[in-house]
Write a protein that binds this ligand. Structure first.
Ligand code: IMP
Length: 450
């Protein structure tokens, strides 16, 4: 008996509404695993009528009988986990303990100096528009083979503490005023992890305490995953961010430091490609981008009334504001090329289109980019370069939209308005993959599965 892995990946720039669909799929699986990203990610769920957010923890925690794993590909921040995420989830009535949550003992950690470096860069002229969670510098140390891995907490704690302090000294040696950066981090909107921290020493102490709390959760997750596969279990690999932010395939260097597609799943969990049976690519009807840092995103909606109607209001469960950073998201017309990349390089076998209830906000028709012109040549997928992407002009097709009221209360594809079926048909024709479900609202039951 062999088990199998189902994947869920973001087919755009993150924020596609993966959370709700991942949670729906989690219910049908035994083990739910995160393989990439870190506390830069934010998934939103409705839980007993309340909004809850996860960042590093898989969505299986919403269900009492699931095993949850943060795999070796996650850039693990113990402080964000124990000071912010777990207390909030527990306050919402969610049970998380060493029995239902395991963390890879070889994951690279996000250390205090990573967070300081990220925030110092963001405050300067070479800001990248990051979430300020220390992700890029943690990845840099991981690939530089500095030993800030979770296993060091127990294998060589004295060395780990020394290295953590040395790294801070090195940051100070390049002229960064760490005390000032820490002050700014402690007051930052949208991130309560370091709230009230008043010095670098306190930040190091807080990290050390959180690292100790992590010890009972640490495990050889690669072996654990294999044993569940051997038992015939069903495993769900829950992706963070999206293909446009992928370290190799996205519009770099303005992406994140993760592998968001099937490649990240294989490496970030230590599984075999043959274990993966199906990969759902989540795509949102109005495409959005947050933190592009001023670069010209092709297909941005110029009409501010339409953009605002699509964005909704701060505080609404489906409002377009970053769950990790609170930043306003830019609204774009629907675009097929990122979805083609999600298939060709990200491994998508089926699409799930979210926010199908928002089409009428575009007016009677909406433009859909079916390709781009880049330097006089037509391309049908995403160029893996921010510089080239900025030079792309979308090739649009104009499609009729449909009314929200004609879609929110139906639960079968057969009853969908012909205009909605037209849009779905276009995605299927251009990507060669089926749309197997759509979302028609922010709640988990507002989904139509084919
Ligand atoms: P970092 O991952 O914090 O280093 O940020 C790098 C880029 O990825 C920035 O443009 C962020 O806005 C973006 N980003 C990172 N995580 C997410 C996410 O979960 N959703 C959407 N954008 C993200």
């Amino acid at each position: 008996m062999t088990g199998e892995v189902t994947g869920v990946i973001g087919a755009q720039w993150g924020d596609e509404g993966k959370g709700g669909h991942t949670a729906r799929l989690a219910e049908e699986h035994d083990v739910i695993m995160r393989y990439n990203g870190g506390s830069n990610a934010g998934h939103t769920f409705d839980y007993l009528g309340e909004e809850v957010n996860t960042h590093q923890v898989p969505s299986g925690v919403l269900f009492p009988d699931k095993l949850n794993i943060s795999g070796n590909g996650v850039l693990l921040n113990p402080v964000a986990l124990f000071v912010d995420e777990l207390p909030k989830l527990r306050a919402g009535g969610i049970r998380i303990n060493e029995d239902n949550y395991r963390v890879s003992d070889i994951a690279a950690m996000v250390m205090p100096h990573h967070v300081i470096l990220d925030n110092a860069r963001e405050a300067g002229s070479n800001s990248q528009g990051t979430t300020g969670r220390g992700i890029s510098y943690s990845a840099a140390d991981k690939y530089g083979r500095e030993n800030f891995r979770t296993e060091q907490i127990t294998e060589n704690p004295a060395q780990l503490m020394r290295d953590a302090r040395t790294a801070i000294s090195m940051v100070e040696a390049i002229g960064i005023d760490t005390a000032n950066v820490v002050k700014a981090i402690s007051k930052k909107d949208g991130d309560e992890t370091y709230r009230g921290i008043s010095s670098v020493d306190e930040m190091l102490e807080q990290w050390w305490e959180s690292a100790q709390l992590l010890i009972p959760y640490l495990d050889n997750t690669i072996g654990l995953i294999r044993s569940h596969l051997k038992r015939g279990d069903r495993l769900l690999a829950e992706g963070a961010q999206g293909i446009g932010l992928d370290m190799e395939l996205g519009t770099q260097p303005l992406g994140s430091s993760s592998h968001c597609g099937v490649g990240g799943m294989i490496n970030g969990l230590g599984i075999n490609h043959e274990d993966i049976k199906r990969v759902f690519g989540i795509a949102k009807l109005p495409m959005t981008r947050v933190g592009g840092n001023g670069y010209r995103f092709p297909g941005l909606i110029e009409d501010s009334e339409i953009a605002e109607a699509l964005r909704g209001k701060r505080g609404e469960i489906d409002g377009e504001f970053g769950k990790s950073s609170g930043r306003e998201r830019d609204e774009c017309y629907p675009q097929v090329p990122p979805l083609v990349t999600a298939v060709e390089s990200g491994g998508v076998t089926d699409f799930i289109i979210t926010k199908m209830d928002k089409a009428e906000k575009f007016g009677p028709t909406m433009k859909v980019a079916v390709g781009y012109m880049l330097d006089g040549v037509r391309i049908d997928s995403l160029p893996p370069s921010a510089a080239k992407f900025e030079r792309c002009s979308p090739i649009y097709e104009e499609l009729p939209t449909w009314r929200t009221e004609d879609i929110v209360n139906i639960r079968s594809f057969d009853e969908l308005p012909v205009q909605a079926l037209g849009f779905i048909g276009l995605i299927e024709e251009k990507t060669g993959k089926p749309v197997s479900a759509i979302g028609v609202g922010p709640f988990r039951d507002q989904v139509i599965v084919r």
